[in-house]
Each structure stands twice: as C-alpha cells, then as structure tokens.
Design a protein around this ligand. Structure first.
Ligand code: ZN
Length: 214
C-alpha cells in the first residue's frame, strides 16, 4: 500500500506515516495527481500534489510514490507558523508562542497552564495605577481591569465563563485541561493581547502628526 512519511500539519508529528486514501488525475495534465492521505497518529487528512511518470498510478506504489518516480509539488494544508499578535512585549510573546506550540501538539494541559502564565504576565503589565496585582488571582485582576475600563465588559463576562484560575481546591499542577478548554484559553488570551498591546500601538501610530498640506 502507498504510504509516505511526512510532518503532519495538524498534530505536528515530525516523522509520521500517512496512509494513502484516494487520488484524482488532472484531465488537463494527466501526469498531475491530487492525492489524499491520512495521518496515522491524529487521523487528519492532507492533499498532496504529485507529478509522476506516464502510466503510473500513485495507488499502485508499494510504498512512497517518490521512490517510484513521482515528484512532490505541494502539501495542503501548509504547516502554519504560529506567532503572538504584534506589539506584545517579547517575554510575553515567547510564552504565548510556546503555549500555541503545545496547543498544536495537543498537549492541552501544558497549553492551558502556559496561557495562564501569559495572562498573569500580561495583566501585570496592564495593572491600573496604584493597584498591586501580584497577589491577586486572575479573575480578580480581570474584575479590576473591567472596573477601570481597561478591558470591555464582554471580555470580563467571557473570563468568568472559562476556567481562568482553575479549581481552588486542587493544586494547579494536578489540573487537566481538555482540548476545548485549552482552545478557549487561547481565544481569550489572544484577544486580551490584541486589545491591550496591538490596538493601542496601532492607534498611537495612526495619530502620529501628519505634515499639513500647503
Ligand atoms: Zn497528524
């Protein structure tokens, strides 16, 4: 059976075997094929464009079609580079990117904990004048930011619906995150970073003095 060892754009496994599941031959160029493959680890599907020798079918290859004279012309989806939003301070951006990496690798708990760390650092930077955030729980910080109108009421409501601080009764190290919980943490964290760092920087840039027209 045809199979290929590739990096999976979904689970990011580095050398994982994909099983051949289907093929489509271009009518406009019979050497060109769109082929469908499934990751043996996460079961997600990818489309691989192959260009091969005449009278050869990708499905007839006993192993990797590249060993049978096919050239690989592209894989969809592409592996995405995950980056923090613009203008986020470097240390926070690094932690956010590490959290994203954990999320992509389906390490839900590591991702959830890392997003929490990002929120702790980001809210510390956002603390209103004269208020010490250091010993405050995340949800208390969010309430304080809302009170001082440093986040929107909708963001505060959202924060109350996700497990920002986890269960007080258990130690955080013992806590598990589900995929859905980790993804919600990502959405919330990303929005908070955009609202607090990216938007103000853009507004400042667009208010830069413009030379008057003569
Ligand atoms: Zn995969």
């Amino acid at each position: 059976m045809a199979e290929m060892v590739l990096t999976c754009p979904y689970c990011l496994s580095n050398r994982i075997t994909f099983t051949f599941k289907g093929q489509y031959q271009w009518t406009s160029n019979p050497h060109t094929w769109n082929t469908f493959w499934v990751c043996r680890k996460c079961e997600e599907g990818i489309v691989v464009k192959l260009v091969g020798p005449s009278h050869s079918l990708p499905s007839d290859c006993p192993g990797d079609p590249r060993d049978a004279g096919f050239d690989l012309y592209g894989i969809r989806p592409r592996i995405q580079q995950f980056r923090a939003p613009a203008n986020v301070p470097d240390a926070i951006a690094r932690d956010f990117e590490e959290a994203l990496d954990n999320l992509r690798r389906q390490k839900w708990t590591s991702a959830g904990m890392m997003f929490r760390k990002v929120l702790q650092r980001a809210t510390t930077e956002m603390a209103p004048e004269g208020i010490e955030f250091r010993n405050m729980r995340l949800i208390q910080r969010i309430n304080s930011l809302d009170k001082h109108r440093l986040i929107t009421p909708a963001m505060k409501d959202w924060a109350h619906k996700i497990r920002l601080d986890g269960n007080e009764a258990t130690h955080e190290e013992d806590e598990d995150f589900s995929g859905d919980q980790a993804r919600l943490m990502k959405e919330f964290t990303e929005l908070l970073l955009i609202y607090s760092f990216t938007l103000p920087a853009r507004i400042t840039a667009s208010n830069d003095p413009i030379e008057p027209e003569n």
